[in-house]
Structure formats: structure tokens, C-alpha cells
Ligand binder design. Structure first.
Ligand SMILES: Cc1cc2nc3c(=O)[nH]c(=O)nc-3n(C[C@H](O)[C@H](O)[C@H](O)COP(=O)(O)OP(=O)(O)OC[C@H]3O[C@@H](n4cnc5c(N)ncnc54)[C@H](O)[C@@H]3O)c2cc1C
Length: 365
């Protein structure tokens, strides 16, 4: 009999297991996938750590969390500076002085501000009725048409004029020549990949892969006093109130016989006619110098049962449905629901680690 059966060897499960193991509790971790790491899993191809479930850049302003992850593996100095490609024009992201200089030839922040304000005034939108109007009222036509419209329409699978305005609350413009995407104090990539990080967390702990908890829940339950469940909460309850919705993604990975395909880890494709939203060139996350390269095209996809649920759709309808499942979960004292699927919320990695440490604190005694 284990103290904890942990369903899911992603970051939530790994942190929970690590801390409980350290506190002297016995833990068994299972995952239905053939590997550990959940969505942060990296697989080595051609000596390059390939981010199998989408590009992952660790960033946080929480020093405790930064020190925590660095206690397992060393992180490099990778700084996320994506480039946007619109037809054959390249622009720096996030929108900053480099972007504005390329768009309009402006040199000073004052000139850039004046140009944006001029375009906002030209759009003349007082009360935005949809996402297109919202974006035009925030940044004007040039930025919207070249850098926002096509990308957003691909992501959501709908025209910007049919999407609600609230999806875009802000479109930050940065009036300095700084291409660093994140505002956080700390950022980087674990040297050797995320799988190494999770392997270190799970050191000394029993892990079974290719095991689907829901396929034989009674036998698994009999193995432990308590269960930590990081899968889909609605699936746990057999969708008794209905199906929660997600957005999915499709990845197409290719090994190329060139040492440098696009000169940057992340290139966003902002025109609608190109069906993928971005191409990731994995070697640039770790400054790889080998003779070949691996790229992944990322396509947004509508989710249907059986697909990978990447992003919870936290709109009113789904949040209300989740609330019903959470009520059941709160009454269930044998199971702790955690992680982005158990809590039905998009969490970055640092948030997930914080949430797992919090769950440990609440359950340690
Ligand atoms: C495309 C994409 C890009 C992202 N980029 C970033 C980024 O750049 N920076 C950042 O900070 N965060 C990023 N994130 C968020 C990050 O992936 C999550 O914060 C983190 O992976 C969540 O960990 P988790 O343990 O909650 O979930 P998961 O990693 O999904 O782990 C859950 C695990 O549970 C297993 N499981 C589910 N059901 C069962 C079952 N019935 N039986 C057994 N096992 C089961 C699954 O197989 C899975 O391995 C990104 C997310 C996505 C989707």
C-alpha cells in the first residue's frame, strides 16, 4: 500500500511526488503516455532536445520557484525573442521599437507613439463590438493587419469580426528597443531538456508508464491510501455533467539536412493563408551547433474527444461546468485534483510548480 498514487508524470505530479518522497511518504507515479514529463517532455533527435508537445520556455519572477527548478538542473540563458513573418517581411516581437522602426521607419519613441495614435484615431472605434474592432482601437490598422489578424484567426478558427472583443484585453506596446518577449525576472531552458528536469524530480520514485488509470481505476485505487489525479476532471467523473471543451494543436516535425533553417527558435506566421501559426527550430533553445536541425510546424486544431486537450477553454459556459465538477471534487477526500487538466485552467510551468508545492503543504500532515 503506497501513501500516494499519483496519476500523471507531468510537472504537477513530479513535484508532488518529489516533495512527498522527501517527506518520507511512499509514492507510485503512473502515466498513460509511454514517457514521463507530460507536456514538457523533450525527446532527443539528432542530438537536439525536441519539445514534443510545443515550445516551452521557463519564465518566472518568483525567486523561490526559480531556485527550486535550478536545484534539479542548470538552466541556460535563453531569452524568448520570437520573430513574426508576414509574407516576406520579418518583424520583432513583442511589439517594440524594432517592430515600429521596421513598419514605419520611425526612430524615436515619440514618433512611434504618434504613429500608433494616428492609426487608432483613423480607425475611429469608440465601442469595440468584436476582436477586430478591439485590436484596431488598441494599436491601429498596420499592426493589426500584419501581426494580429491572421494569427488570431488561425488560433481560434474563426474570423476576427466573429470573435468577442474581450479575448484581447491589452496589446502591449513596448517603447524601447527590446525583443525579450517576457517581462519576468528569470528565464531559461533546462540544459539537457525538460525530461532531465522531471527525471531528477522523480529520482528514487517508482514510475509506471503506459498505464491508464481510468482503464482500471479500482485496481489502481487499491494500491494507495490517497490519489493525486492530474488528468481531465470531467473524464474522472465520466462526463456526468457534460464535456468540458479544449483547444488542440497538431505538430509536424521534420529533420532537415541543414545546420540552421530559420535563425531563431520561434518564428510566428501571421498571415492567414499559411495554415500553421509557428515554426519552432529546437536547436536554438540550447544554442545547438550540430550539422542538422529539427523543426516543428504548429497547427491550431479544434478539439474533439480523444484528441490531446492542450488549452482549457475558460469561457463562461465551460467555467460553469467546471464549477460543478469541482463541487464533486471538493467532497472527495480520497482524491486530490491537480494540474492544468485536474484544475481546468491554463497554467504556465512556474504556476503549476507553485500549485503543486501548495498542494503538498496542505496535505503533508
Ligand atoms: C503548446 C503549449 C506550450 C506551452 N508553453 C509554455 C511555456 O513556454 N512556458 C510555460 O511556462 N508553460 C508553457 N505551457 C504550459 C505547460 O505545458 C504546463 O504548465 C505544464 O505542462 C502542466 O503540467 P501538468 O502536470 O499540469 O500537466 P501535463 O503536463 O498535461 O501532465 C498530465 C499528465 O497526466 C497524464 N494523464 C492524464 N490522464 C491520465 C490517466 N487517465 N492515466 C494516466 N495518466 C494520465 C497525461 O498523460 C500527462 O502526462 C505550454 C502548454 C502548451 C499546451
Amino acid at each position: 500500500m503506497y501513501d500516494y498514487l499519483i496519476v500523471g508524470a507531468g510537472l504537477f505530479g513530479a513535484v508532488f511526488a518529489h516533495e512527498m518522497h522527501k517527506a518520507g511518504k511512499s509514492c507510485l507515479v503512473i502515466d498513460k503516455r509511454p514517457h514521463i514529463g507530460g507536456n514538457v517532455y523533450t525527446e532527443e533527435i539528432e542530438g537536439i532536445n525536441v519539445h514534443k508537445y510545443g515550445a516551452h520556455i521557463f519564465h518566472t519572477s518568483n525567486k523561490k520557484i526559480w531556485d527550486y527548478v535550478n536545484s534539479f538542473v542548470e538552466f541556460n540563458r535563453y531569452t524568448n525573442s520570437p520573430v513574426a513573418r508576414y509574407k516576406d517581411e520579418l518583424y520583432n516581437l513583442p511589439f517594440n521599437m524594432n517592430t515600429f522602426n521596421k513598419l514605419w521607419g520611425v526612430i524615436t519613441p515619440e514618433e512611434a507613439k504618434a504613429k500608433i495614435e494616428e492609426q487608432i484615431a483613423e480607425a475611429g472605434i469608440k465601442d469595440p463590438a468584436n476582436l477586430e474592432e478591439q485590436a484596431l482601437s488598441l494599436v491601429g490598422r498596420d499592426i493589426y493587419e500584419k501581426l494580429v489578424k491572421g494569427y488570431t484567426e488561425k488560433q481560434w478558427g474563426r474570423k476576427a469580426t466573429e470573435l468577442p472583443a474581450f479575448i484581447i484585453k491589452r496589446l502591449p506596446v513596448r517603447m524601447i528597443y527590446d525583443n525579450n518577449y517576457f517581462n519576468d525576472t528569470y528565464q531559461g531552458i533546462p540544459i539537457g531538456g525538460y525530461t532531465k528536469l522531471v527525471e531528477k524530480m522523480l529520482e528514487g520514485i517508482e514510475v509506471w508508464t503506459n498505464c491508464d488509470y481510468l482503464a482500471d481505476r479500482e485496481s489502481y485505487d487499491a494500491l494507495a491510501k490517497k490519489v493525486v489525479y492530474t488528468g481531465m476532471i470531467d473524464e474522472y467523473y465520466d462526463h456526468c455533467f457534460g464535456q468540458l471543451e479544449y483547444r488542440s494543436l497538431r505538430f509536424e516535425t521534420e529533420v532537415l539536412d541543414t545546420d540552421n533553417y530559420q535563425g531563431n527558435a520561434v518564428v510566428n506566421y501571421t498571415e492567414y493563408e499559411i495554415p500553421y501559426t509557428r515554426i519552432i527550430e529546437h536547436k536554438h533553445f540550447e544554442y545547438g551547433t550540430g550539422p542538422r536541425t529539427v523543426i516543428t510546424r504548429e497547427y491550431p486544431a479544434t478539439w474533439k474527444p480523444g484528441d490531446e486537450p492542450y488549452y482549457p477553454m475558460n469561457d463562461d459556459k465551460n467555467n460553469e461546468l467546471y464549477r460543478k465538477y469541482k463541487e464533486l471534487a471538493d467532497k472527495n477526500d480520497k482524491v486530490i485534483f491537480g494540474g492544468r487538466l485536474g484544475m481546468y485552467r491554463y497554467y504556465d510551468m512556474h504556476n503549476i510548480i507553485e500549485a503543486a508545492l501548495e498542494a503538498v503543504k496542505m496535505n503533508r500532515d
